[in-house]
Design a protein around this ligand. Structure first.
Ligand code: PLZ
Length: 440
């Protein structure tokens, strides 16, 4: 265990108290009396500060961060360039509402996204506050531009918690149960899941053609890699085949890159691995490096189909969030973080693949770039084992490594380390995870 500490060096993992410690437990009691229990928590330690790959709690425990706040702090927590940009902008103005008086930062973020997203066609962007809002607006735009109503989403997909995006989301508990009725004209299709041998492209297309009808569909909303659904990497060619079918039938492709974008998978956008050029791309999470911002970026003629005044919101593209987003893009470029993501992925997968066994509990290790997961199964090598995932995650937490679970069946442990994490911290965290997996 390293404990570097002072002088701007990377701090190491440290367990100073029980997890959670006394200060966290006191805050948890206040929380229980003040915050609705409906908001869940992965690890009940209260944060005090965080940096590149370390999150420190109010008891002085330091966790190796394999969560990045669910793929938000790709450039690191409180990344110096982000902090400086936000401080500077806060001293100039904090808000005008872009619809009242515009400002350059909003335009600059849109220019950046138009240039970075796949495809060299003419593009336009819209800025919003969250991933859900981005997806919701992408569907509004797709419906308007096509004059069609149906939207196809996929098994294992997660797109948010608003009425429309919850309707698009594939998992009932905890996201949907009790919250109906859901938005109409949402249809679901199988997603390619190689480990479980489901969602072959021909089946998906036949299902959509017979149950919805191509001519009614405004768009498909698809994650290039399922995030909450369990880091499911579709079969090679699946996304490209789906996009081809869409193009042939006037169906727009909305790539939901909220979790996968901004270098996470080793490219700016996960669609690039499949050479897919979506009509619309949604981003959020890491775009703001910790400040809330989301975006829809798409073909100019599609985005501009909507009448002036048809899209917007009070806070969309807030100037502090725009300043942060520009600093995030600069940092990814300057620090070569796409390459870092690939390196992190190689290192993690190489080690986790060694744990895969026909009789479980690790049925598969998979991922792309710094988006890596293990799927845990029973001794038949197939049946999802959520209890094992919970136990392994809890063991990691007890030993100072913050990991997240995922998956429709709750049986996946996913790693989303910040792309700036050192090899040393990454290796140490993996060691803890390996021991936790061997212990279940
Ligand atoms: N699309 C692909 O991953 C958010 C969910 C956390 P918001 N994923 C984290 C939770 O339990 O609510 C997500 C995503 C994809 C859309 C969203 C929604 O993004 O910024 O949380 O609204």
């Amino acid at each position: 265990m390293t404990d570097a500490g002072a002088g701007g060096e990377e701090r190491g993992r440290r367990l100073a108290t029980d997890v959670p410690g006394p200060a966290s437990r006191r805050l948890a009691a206040r929380r229980a009396a003040a915050v609705t229990r409906a908001v869940g928590t992965t690890l009940g330690v209260f944060a005090a500060r965080a940096e590149a790959g370390i999150l420190e709690d109010v008891d002085g425990n330091r966790f190796i961060d394999f969560a990045s706040g669910i793929s938000v702090t790709n450039v690191g927590n409180a990344a110096p360039a982000v902090v400086a940009a936000v401080r500077h902008q806060a001293g100039l103005f904090t808000h005008t509402c872009f619809q009242v008086t515009p400002y350059e930062g909003y335009v600059a973020v849109c220019e950046r996204l138009n240039a970075l997203t796949p495809g060299d066609h003419e593009k336009r962007s819209l800025l919003v506050n969250s991933g859900a809002e981005a997806v919701e607006n992408a569907v509004k735009v797709a419906r308007y531009a096509t004059g069609r109503q149906a939207v196809v989403a996929f098994d294992h997909g997660f797109h948010g918690r608003t009425l429309l995006t919850m309707s698009l989301t594939g998992k009932a508990v905890p996201y949907k149960e009790g919250f109906g009725p859901f938005a109409p004209e949402v249809y679901r299709a199988p997603y390619s899941y190689p480990f479980r041998n489901t969602g072959r492209l021909e089946e998906v297309i036949a299902h959509v053609e017979t149950t919805v009808g191509a001519e009614s569909i405004a768009c498909v909303v698809v994650e290039p890699i399922c995030g909450e659904g369990g880091f499911i990497v579709p079969e090679p060619g699946w996304l490209a085949g789906l996009s081809r079918w869409c193009a042939e039938h006037g169906v727009l492709v909305v790539a939901d890159e909220v979790q996968t974008a901004m270098g996470r998978t080793g490219t700016w956008f996960a669609c690039e691995h499949e050479h897919v050029v979506p009509d619309l791309v949604t981003t959020a999470k890491s775009l703001g490096g910790g400040l809330p911002i989301g975006a829809v970026t798409g073909r100019a003629e599609v985005m501009d189909a909507v009448h002036p005044g048809g899209l917007g919101g009070t806070f969309g593209g807030n100037p502090l969030a725009c300043a942060a987003a520009l600093a995030v893009c600069d940092t990814i470029e300057r620090q070569g973080l796409l390459e870092r993501a690939r390196h992190i992925g190689d290192m993690a997968l190489r080690r986790l693949e060694k744990l895969v066994a026909a009789t479980g509990p690790v049925g598969e290790a998979r991922g792309r770039g710094a988006m890596v997961a293990v799927e845990l199964v029973g001794s038949d090598g197939h049946t999802p084992d959520a209890a094992a995932a919970r136990a392994a995650a809890a063991a990691c937490h007890r030993h100072g490594v913050l990991v997240l679970t995922a998956g429709t069946y709750g049986n996946v442990i996913r790693l989303l380390p910040p792309l700036v994490i050192s090899d040393e911290l990454l290796g140490e965290g993996l060691e803890v995870l390996e021991a936790a997996l061997q212990g279940v």
